[in-house]
Design a protein around this ligand. Structure first.
Ligand code: ADP
Ligand code: MG
Length: 686
């Protein structure tokens, strides 16, 4: 039978169907792919006298009594014993029917954690079965444990999955061996092993993350499917059209003339790549990765100039108002003769001004708009949007990125897309996650910069540190002092930013200090940054609002308070605010004394390297990709079973197979996409 509806499975009525739907199961195929999260071993009964306290065990006992107590709390207590020892079984949640089941002399099988209580051996809320036939055989395979929902028992799920696997249509099978896959197992064999593992298989091997060939088979097919999906996406993109933006005139000259430095080799190379891309009608989808401070903004500004020289408009997106404002100021400086055609649209833009800007975008009089999420709103549309620049791409949600693409009012032309990110993900990973994009890398910092010196210091020494700061500032230094805010409530009671600000102003009144946090009004923030920029303020105490977009080359000291609370990549990004001038810069990680090994390990990585790629890779290893690459951070990674870091060894093999299938076999390509990616592939289009 092909993939079939849940109603065709005996025992599934409307109510169970709803419950299955609620955990993402809609048909027999979904049942097959609802994989266990863990296993129990119920293949062998254990004698209580041989069992270890704390282990999950499977035992068979005879009931001697069952009592319901009401004090100290409602509880059902069953006394039972196997031939070797006696045991007490406690239930806190039960119904009267259950109490009647446990009659004296009944034989019961229990699966649960063995504990030791006041009266000897105990089990609390074990899974149990009352058996009539004492010779009942034990399970032949390990027992799978599934993610489920209230009212849908493990036993029901196991039964339904068994039926789905049995009735699996072998025509569904895609013969991947034909394309070079090395595996003895077909997909359905692999699924069978995973749901009902033979008792000889070690649980660690078959559990999620284990190395059993069945797991590998599944992961490889998922990776193949993903890469087939990406190839198909790339193909579809190639058939879409964007305006060809090939002339270079006034705006282009303007930005080159007004940028005070010469471009680094790496910048030149990326500028060239983008120029080529946008001069053609195939939509550009390019991701520029460059470490913090590597100079991505100017590269985007040059691309914007070329686009505008071809009578198209450019939207420049930033994740925060502060960053949008900084970009606005910088871009105005690059295009002094065109200031009238440049606008800033953020959440704090006044209503009247907003209307003006929106009209300007519709009529085409505004050529370059810098903005935040406000640009995504429905009533923003363009005469001809030729290029979208998305700065700090990982900070935007995928859906948001998508919605900008359909904003042209009079043409079906798609804007080219340039995304910038300082969050480097390892190259192999980038190639699969962003397989539908071309990647440029700025692998060089502007000349004359000295690597930042990073050190750690106990928070107990904060006072001494403040004294040192006084000396440094008297000698011309400027300091960022970053505080961690983890909860809003901290802001309510004692805002660490304002506390530290007060401590500094009291201890070293001769030094001019200011503070900055997200709750301040936009104008206040801007004024504070300006004062810091032009040297009126020497110490800026701040939250992580300065993480992106603040560019004060004279600042040469950064203190990060409670550094242990930040992720490595974020610390690196923060630290990138200094080391922008020609002076030697210093970063001091102030930490709590009671931190663990991992925290020390992480700070060490930062002390020893200023290479964002290296740090990101280490960050992944320590934290695991799940955390760092949540969908919020990098867009959607639609893998269910694959962990790219762990499974990167399969990338090469699966890539070759995927290419062959995509080239030779349309039916199987579609089948793979349908089976593994239905719904998610459009997402990758962002
Ligand atoms: P990021 O890649 O982190 O976005 P920015 O574009 O903000 O970096 O640039 C960081 C600083 O480096 C800015 O002050 C910018 O003016 C400066 N900069 C960029 N390119 C060069 C260059 N080729 N030579 C010297 N300074 C540069
Ligand atoms: Mg930047």
């Amino acid at each position: 039978m092909a993939n079939f509806d849940l109603e065709n499975i005996p025992g599934i009525g409307p109510s169970l169907k709803n419950k299955l739907n609620s955990i993402g199961i809609f048909n027999s195929n979904d049942l097959c792919f609802h994989l266990p999260i863990n296993y129990q071993n119920r293949t062998k009964l254990i004698q209580l006298s041989n069992a270890e306290i704390g282990n999950e065990i499977f035992i068979e006992c005879k009931v001697s009594s069952c009592q319901v107590l009401y004090r100290p709390r409602k509880m059902m207590i069953i006394k039972a014993a196997d031939p070797s020892r006696s045991i007490l079984i406690r239930f806190f949640y039960f119904n009267p029917g259950q109490a009647k089941q446990f009659k004296a002399n009944k034989i019961i099988r229990l699966y649960g954690v063995l504990r030791i209580g006041n009266y000897g051996l105990e089990m609390i809320h074990p899974e149990y079965e009352i058996i009539d036939n004492p010779n009942l055989p034990t399970e032949q395979s390990l027992t799978a444990v599934y993610r489920t929902t209230k009212g849908l028992s493990q036993n029901q799920l196991r039964k339904f999955i068994k039926i789905a696997i049995k009735k699996y249509d072998h025509n569904n099978e895609i013969d991947l061996k034909k394309y070079g896959l090395v595996s003895k197992l077909s997909l359905i064999n692999a699924l069978g092993h995973i749901h009902f593992p033979d008792q000889s298989i070690a649980i660690d091997d078959i559990a999620p993350g284990g190395h059993h060939p069945a797991r590998q088979r599944l992961i490889k097919e998922e990776m193949i499917a993903f890469q087939v999906g990406m190839a198909s996406l790339k193909d579809r993109q190639a058939h879409l059209k964007s305006p060809a933006l090939d002339c270079q005139r006034g705006w282009y000259d303007s930005v080159l003339n007004n940028f005070p430095y010469s471009l680094t080799k790496a910048q030149q190379k990326v500028v060239e790549e983008i120029k080529n891309d946008i001069s053609r009608t195939a939509p550009m989808m390019r991701l520029v990765q460059g470490d913090v401070g590597s100079g991505k903004t100017i590269v985007a500004a040059i691309a914007a100039a070329q686009s505008i020289d071809n009578n198209s408009q450019v939207a420049f997106m930033a994740p925060t108002t502060l960053l949008a404002e900084q970009h606005f100021i910088n871009l105005q400086n690059y295009f002094p003769d065109y200031k009238e055609s440049i606008a800033l649209l953020t959440g704090v833009t006044k209503a009247k001004e907003k209307v003006k800007i929106k009209n300007g975008l519709k009529s085409g009089s505004i050529k370059l708009v810098i903005g935040t999420h406000a640009l995504f709103q429905d009533d923003v549309s363009f005469l001809l949007l030729g290029l979208i620049v998305i700065d700090e791409q990982h900070r935007f949600g995928v859906n948001q990125r998508l919605s900008l693409r359909s904003k042209n009012i009079e043409t079906a032309l798609l804007p080219h897309q340039l995304t910038l990110t300082a969050t480097p993900i390892p190259r192999t990973m980038a190639m699969s996650v962003y397989a539908n994009m071309d990647i440029s890398i700025i692998d060089e910092l502007p000349p004359g910069r000295l690597p930042i010196q990073t050190s750690t210091l106990s928070l107990n020494k904060k006072d001494q540190l403040i004294d040192r700061i006084e000396k440094a500032c008297s000698a011309g230094s400027q300091v960022y002092w970053v505080c961690a805010l983890i909860e809003e409530s901290e802001l309510m009671n004692a805002n660490p930013v304002e506390q530290t600000y007060e401590q500094i102003t009291k201890s070293i009144p001769s030094i001019k200090c200011s503070f900055l946090h997200g709750k301040m009004k936009a104008e206040e923030k801007l004024e504070t940054i300006d004062n810091f920029k032009n040297g009126k303020v020497q110490v800026l105490v701040s939250t992580t609002v300065i993480e992106v977009g603040v560019d004060v080359p004279n600042a040469d000291i950064m203190i990060i308070e409670n550094a242990e609370r930040f992720g490595l990549a974020q610390l690196h990004q923060l630290r990138g605010r200094i080391g922008r001038g020609s002076k030697q810069s210093h970063c001091i990680l102030l930490h709590n004394d009671s931190i663990g090994d991992i925290a020390y390990q992480r700070m060490d990585i930062l002390k020893n390297s200023t290479d964002g790629f290296y740090i990101a890779e280490k960050d992944l290893l320590i934290r695991g990709p799940g955390e760092i690459m949540g969908s919020q951070q990098t867009g959607v990674i639609p893998f269910k079973y694959t962990d790219l870091m762990r499974d990167s060894a399969y990338l090469e093999e699966t890539k070759e197979i995927a290419e062959k299938i995509y080239k030779d076999d349309k039916t199987n390509s579609d089948k793979l996409i349908q089976r593994w990616l239905s719904g998610s592939i459009e997402f990758a289009d962002a």
